[in-house]
Unconditional design. Structure first.
Length: 404
C-alpha cells in the first residue's frame, strides 16, 4: 500500500532487520529508518556452538549491510534517547529522527557488573568462561572449557536471576561440558554443578522434569535458589546468595551467565513497565499478544526487549515480527489486524554432541510439534542436532530478509 508514514526502528538485530524487510515489502513510499551503530551482525543462536568447539567464531559473523532492504535508511549511530510524547528518537551524535510509528528492537544489556569481581576481560582466564558476550568470548570460553575437559576438576554452571535470552543455553552448555569430559576420559575426575536462582531448571514443567532426570543420570549436581553474586578470580571462589545465606564454592571452570536487563535508552525512557514482574529489569511494556505498547499505541516492542512471559529467542522473533508488522500496516490501512502472538518459542536443547531435543512451547507451556511424527519434543535425536547445527542458520537469514 502507498503511504508517507515515517517508521523508525531502533536496533538492527534479528527483530529490527526482519521488521524492516517485511515493512519494505508491504509499504510503498514509507520512510523507514533503521537506527543502529553496529556494522557486524551476530548470529547469536550460534554462540553456544562456538563455545562448544563445534563452529569457529566466523560462523556467527556477517555484515549488517547485507540485510538492509532497498529503500530503508540506515542511520549508523546508536539511539541515545526515545521520546514517545514528542515522537522522536535522538542518536548519540545528536541527530533527531521524528516518527509516526516506532519499533523498539534494541535487544538487551548483559549486566556483568552486577556480579562483584567479574570483568569481561577475565573471560578465557582463571577458568572463567561466558559464551554470551561476543564471538571472541565464546571462542575463549571453548579454550577454557577444553582445558578443563582434559584435566577434570570442579565446574560451576548456572543462569541469572533475571529473564534472559535463550534460557536453554546454560543447560545445553552444561550437557556439552559433560560430554566433552566423557570424550576426554576425564568424567570420573570431574564434578559438575548447576546452580540456578529459581526453584526449577526450566520454565516449562515437563521440560524441567526431563532435564532433571538427565542431569541425575549423568551425575550433574543441581542447586536451586543459588544466585551468583561475586567472584574471586585469584582464589577461584564463587559466592552465591541462598535462602540460608551466602555460600562459597571453588571452581576449576565456571561458566558465567550475567544478569540481563533493558538497555539504558529504554530504561531512561517512559517506555518500560511501571510495575509487575517485568518492571525490575525495565522491559518494554507491550501487550503480549499484539506486541503493541500499552500506553503508546504507535510503539511496538520486539525480540529481547519486549516485556512478555516468553520470547527472548530468534524463534520467537520469527513469530512476533509478522504480528507487529500486520498491526502497524493495519493502522495505516484503517483496518484492525486480527493477528496474535501466542508466546511461541523454540529451544533446540543439545544434550550431547550429536543429539538434541527440539523444545517448542507457548505462553501456556503447551508443547508444539513442528514436525509431528518425525521429531518428538522430549527425545534426544540426531535430526534435532542437525537442525541446530546446520538447518537453523539458513532459516534465520531468510527471516532477516522477510522470507520466513
Amino acid at each position: 500500500m502507498k503511504t508517507s508514514a515515517r517508521i523508525a526502528i531502533v536496533g538492527a538485530g534479528a527483530a529490527g532487520l526482519a521488521s524492516a524487510s517485511r515493512l519494505a515489502k508491504r509499504l510503498q513510499g514509507a520512510q523507514i529508518t533503521l537506527i543502529d551503530a553496529r556494522r557486524e551482525h551476530l548470529y547469536q543462536p550460534g554462540f553456544t556452538l562456538v563455545g562448544a568447539g563445534i563452529k569457529p567464531a566466523s560462523y556467527v559473523l556477517s555484515s549488517t549491510q547485507d540485510y538492509i532492504p532497498q529503500g530503508v535508511d540506515w542511520v549508523q549511530q546508536a539511539a541515545a534517547e526515545i521520546d514517545p510524547e514528542a515522537r522522536k528518537v535522538v542518536t548519540t551524535d545528536g541527530r533527531t529522527i521524528p516518527y509516526d510509528y516506532l519499533i523498539v528492537a534494541c535487544g538487551l544489556e548483559l549486566n556483568y557488573g552486577a556480579i562483584e569481581g567479574m570483568d569481561i576481560a577475565l573471560i578465557g582466564k582463571e577458568g572463567i568462561g561466558s559464551v554470551y558476550h561476543s564471538p571472541q568470548a565464546a571462542e575463549l570460553t571453548w579454550q577454557s572449557m577444553q582445558r578443563f575437559a582434559n584435566q577434570g576438576g570442579v565446574a560451576l554452571m548456572g543462569r541469572p536471576h533475571t529473564d534472559m535470552k535463550c534460557a536453554g543455553a546454560p543447560l545445553k552448555y552444561t550437557f556439552i561440558t559433560d560430554d566433552r569430559l566423557r570424550r576426554a576420559g576425564q568424567r570420573g575426575r570431574a564434578e559438575l554443578h548447576y546452580l540456578a536462582p529459581q526453584k526449577t531448571l526450566f520454565s516449562v514443567p515437563i521440560v524441567a522434569e526431563k532435564v532433571r532426570m538427565l542431569f541425575a543420570q549423568r551425575g550433574i549436581q543441581t542447586h536451586m535458589e543459588h544466585r551468583l553474586v561475586a567472584l574471586d578470580p585469584g582464589r577461584r571462589i564463587a559466592t552465591y546468595e541462598t535462602p540460608a545465606g551466602r555460600t562459597e564454592l571453588r571452581w576449576d571452570f565456571i561458566h558465567v551467565v550475567p544478569p540481563m536487563r533493558a538497555p539504558a535508552v529504554v530504561r531512561n525512557s517512559p517506555l518500560p513497565w511501571q510495575d509487575g514482574p517485568f518492571a525490575r529489569e525495565s522491559w518494554l511494556e507491550v501487550d503480549r499478544e499484539t506486541l503493541r505498547h500499552k500506553r503508546y499505541a504507535n510503539v511496538f516492542g520486539l525480540g529481547d526487549i519486549a516485556g512478555v512471559p516468553k520470547g527472548k529467542t530468534a524463534a520467537s522473533v520469527k513469530w512476533q515480527v509478522p504480528v507487529a508488522v500486520d498491526h502497524l500496516v493495519g493502522d495505516l490501512a484503517g483496518r484492525p489486524s486480527e493477528e496474535r502472538y501466542n508466546g511461541y518459542t523454540s529451544c533446540p536443547l543439545i544434550t550431547r554432541l550429536g543429539r538434541a531435543m527440539l523444545i517448542e512451547f507457548d505462553y501456556h507451556d503447551n508443547l508444539y510439534e513442528s514436525f509431528p511424527g518425525f521429531i518428538a519434543p522430549l527425545e534426544e535425536l540426531w535430526v534435532s542436532w542437525v537442525m541446530k547445527t546446520m538447518a537453523l542458520k539458513p532459516t534465520y537469514i531468510s527471516m532477516l530478509r522477510g522470507r520466513a
